[in-house]
Design a binder for this molecule. Structure first.
Ligand code: C5P
Length: 311
């Protein structure tokens, strides 16, 4: 009998994103600190006997996300995840995938990577592959640099391309306000702008070290100290490609956020609050500032990818 398996995977924010010079393979060596946030991508997998993979996308109820920019073909990371898993485990069946989006599209919050992670977990169960966590993590790294963290969740340091993870200690809950833009930024474009700035001397290459103040603020559960320490080497390139983001950062500062930063390669701006209440106040201020297209609040660290109920 055919059954539908569901899995959910979290969004992420990079508390530190330190980028080294471009490698021969086109990737950049990173030192990054990820925190998973409780905004979720849900993927449903229903096996089909004809070997085909199909994909449909919906948006979580009440979410301002525009799903029209999500590709529905083999370029979608969830589709790629199902295909890679089937080839690896010799699965002849296909699958109907349905993504319910809760993470902004092309926003620098790893929504696509979350789709890949949730699709791996849902398909592994739906096809009864018996895949271990280690096997899924290895496949995740082949799908994209952020996909292993989408599986892992919580708080982690990422090295290499960002896919070599070490769990990091963190205390308590952090409250975030995420200001999103309807237009996305392409991650390769932002890295290319980073390369241009390094070549022209507009930006210096950072040392690839884990930031002590960030790790201490996480251990202490200190939002004020964490807000003051946030670091992102891709912020300058993202601001150059989308100057409007400067106004979002200014609006977050005016709302007395503990700190604000472009999330990953952007264009989402993540503002850190002292409390849930403070997050709601910052969210109201950012909405009124009209510097962004939508505002959502979220908390972290959240868990990694989880299997939900099966039907
Ligand atoms: O691994 P993923 O497909 O998510 O990466 C998207 C793009 O981001 C890469 O093609 C590359 O241009 C850039 N990237 C990078 N260095 C990293 C991670 C991503 O240059 N460590």
């Amino acid at each position: 009998m055919t059954r539908t398996v569901r899995a959910k995977a979290p969004a992420k924010v990079n508390l530190q994103l330190t980028v080294g010079p471009r490698r021969a393979d086109g990737y950049h060596p990173l030192v990054t600190v990820f925190q998973a946030l409780d905004l979720w991508e849900v993927v449903e997998a229903t096996p089909r006997t004809d070997g085909r993979i199909t994909l449909a996308v919906d948006v979580a109820a009440g979410s301002p996300i525009d799903a029209s920019r999500v590709p529905l073909d083999e370029t979608n990371l969830a589709w790629k995840a199902a295909d890679l898993l089937a080839r690896t485990f010799g699965i002849a069946d296909g699958v109907d995938l349905r993504i319910v989006k809760g993470v902004p599209v092309a926003g620098g919050m790893a929504g696509g990577s979350a789709d890949a992670a949730a699709a791996l977990v849902a398909c592994a169960e739906a096809w009864d592959t018996g895949a271990t966590r280690g096997e899924l993590t290895a496949l995740a790294a082949r799908l994209g640099a952020d996909v292993p963290f989408s599986l892992h969740g919580h708080t982690a340091v990422g090295m290499g391309r960002g896919d070599e993870l070490t769990p990091a200690m963190s205390h308590g809950e952090f409250h975030w306000v995420l200001a999103t833009q309807r237009a996305g930024l392409s991650t390769p474009d932002v890295f290319a702008e980073y390369d241009r700035r390094i070549e022209s001397g507009e930006q210096a290459v950072s040392d690839l070290d884990i930031d002590g103040p960030i790790m201490r603020a996480l251990m202490a559960g200190d939002a004020v100290a964490l807000g003051e320490s946030l670091l992102n080497d891709l912020e300058g390139p993202a601001l150059a490609l989308m100057p409007r983001l400067e106004e979002v950062l200014d609006a977050a500062e005016a709302a007395e956020a503990c700190g604000a930063i472009v999330s990953g390669s952007g264009p989402t701006v993540a503002a850190l609050a002292r409390s849930r209440q403070h997050a709601l106040a910052i969210a109201a201020h950012l909405k009124a500032s009209k510097t962004c297209d939508a505002v959502v609040t979220a908390s972290g660290p959240a868990t990694g990818t989880l299997l939900l109920d099966s039907q």
